[in-house]
Structures are given as structure tokens and as C-alpha cells.
Design a protein around this ligand. Sequence first.
Ligand SMILES: Nc1nc2c(ncn2[C@@H]2O[C@H](COP(=O)(O)OP(=O)(O)OP(=O)(O)O)[C@@H](O)[C@H]2O)c(=O)[nH]1
Ligand SMILES: [Mg+2]
Length: 264
Amino acid sequence: MGNCNSCSTGCSDTAPNRTALVQIGGVYDYVVALAGNPNTGKSTVFNYLTGLHQHTGNWPGKTVARAEGFFTQADTRYKLIDLPGTYSLMTRSVDEEIARDFILFGRPDCTVVVCDATVLERSLHLVLQIMEITNRVVVCANLIDEANRKMIALEARALEAELGVPVVPTSARRGHGMDHLLQHIHEVATGAALPQPRRARLDDEIESAIGLLVPQLLQMIPNLPCPRWVAMRLLAGDERMEQALRSGELAEFSKDPAQELVLV
Ligand SMILES: Nc1nc2c(ncn2[C@@H]2O[C@H](COP(=O)(O)OP(=O)(O)OP(=O)(O)O)[C@@H](O)[C@H]2O)c(=O)[nH]1
Ligand SMILES: [Mg+2]
């Protein structure tokens, strides 16, 4: 396992070697998470990619539905997880915690953020939050057919340059753009492409506080995923994060990128 190439804080944002790792439901090489605001077409993308190779259940200990499925791209096997729809990762709603904790502790090899291209600005908030946790992000600008119908033009290349991650216009219902999406997922998950998300520069004071906290966190929990993000949450006064740190839950969940863990 290497280090995250997007921040200088020891974030272990790289994929463990999951070759031939067997989990319930199938064998896969890489894990892909599907995140996004509610009603942006996540399940349509999920169904398109996995077809009949899927099953549903609940998140462990929760009444929130969980769908996972499998697909193959370029002889590589993927497990795809349809995360609950969320507008943010910052509140205490169970859906948001499931999505956030999966992206953080599940360490997916690629996180696809499905956005509604007709109201893209609404989704960008979540995109930026996810880009704080991982650099392995692909933005799927879905409902592009609706956007076109409303005469909304998406400058995908310009947005890609602004964000630093691939942006793929799709119409999942029609299957348009899905090959392109698959190609980007494959490149990001396998490490053939290394997105460099552009992150907001924080105040010098906050940056120096993060700089002090990160080594301490890593000393306590060497495998902590994205310590920079955890430090930011602690500085923001996230009581749940503080409690998880004190109780040892953070250390426990950081031990192993088990895909089933949810910190609630
Ligand atoms: N026109 C158009 N409709 C789409 C597209 N993708 C999905 N839809 C429709 O948008 C609606 C919502 O799609 P879902 O796939 O259920 O969205 P979701 O993000 O999974 O929704 P939640 O799980 O409730 O958050 C459905 O009626 C889909 O048929 C698309 O590319 N174009
Ligand atoms: Mg859905």
C-alpha cells in the first residue's frame, strides 16, 4: 500500500491489493462506490453497470437498504456499492454516516459521484466534500439528456480542469456515456490515472493546526485513513469523531479495509 498522492499528510488513499479477495456474493479485484445526491440516477447507473449481477440487503445493523453488484471491465472484476443518496457528509443522518464511513473506512478504489447535470451546482458541494476524503473520484454528470433538453451546456473539460478529477457526461437511462464512465472508473481504480483533486486552501492557522494534529493521529492510529480529513473534523468540533477517537472505534475501523464497517 502506498501513500495518497493528493495531500502531504500521510493519507493512505491507495488501494490495498484486493486481487482474488473473496467476499459474500463474488470475487473482485477492485471496489467502486456510487455516491450522489438523492434522485440523480445512482441506481440507474448501478443497474446499467451490474445488470443481474447484484443483490440487496441492509447495511449491517441498519434499516437502510444496501445494494451491491458486480461487473467486469477490461478483464478486471469490480464490486459496486450503491451508497445512500446524500446532500452532504457532515450531518448526523444515518444515510450520510453510512456514505461517509464507507468512503473513509471502506477505502473504495474509486468513488463515482453521480450528479444531476441540470442542477450541477447543487451536487458540487458533495463532490468537494468527497474530494477531501479521497482523490480517487470520478464525477458522473448524469441526466445530460435532460440538461440538453433544457438548453444547459456542460463544459465537461473545463469543469474537469477546475476540479482536478474526471467528469463524464452520461444519460444512464439511455446508456449514453457509460462506456466512457467505465473507462474512467477502470483507470482510476487500477491506478492508471491518478486524479489530483483541487482542494480549497484553508487559513494558515487551520493548516498549521492540521499539521500538528495529523502526526499525533498517525502515532495513535497508524492505519487511519485520510488523517487530514479526520483532523479537519476534529477541529470543526465534530463530537462524534472525537468520541470515536476516544473510544477506540476509529482505531478499530482503521485496522482493515473491511467493506462492511459502518461507524454510527
Ligand atoms: N432523463 C433521464 N432520466 C434518468 C437518467 N438517469 C436516471 N433517470 C431517472 O431519474 C429517476 C431517479 O433515478 P434513480 O436511479 O432511482 O436515482 P437515485 O439517485 O438512485 O435515487 P435515490 O436512490 O432515491 O437517491 C428515475 O426515474 C430514473 O429513470 C438519465 O440519464 N436521464
Ligand atoms: Mg437509488
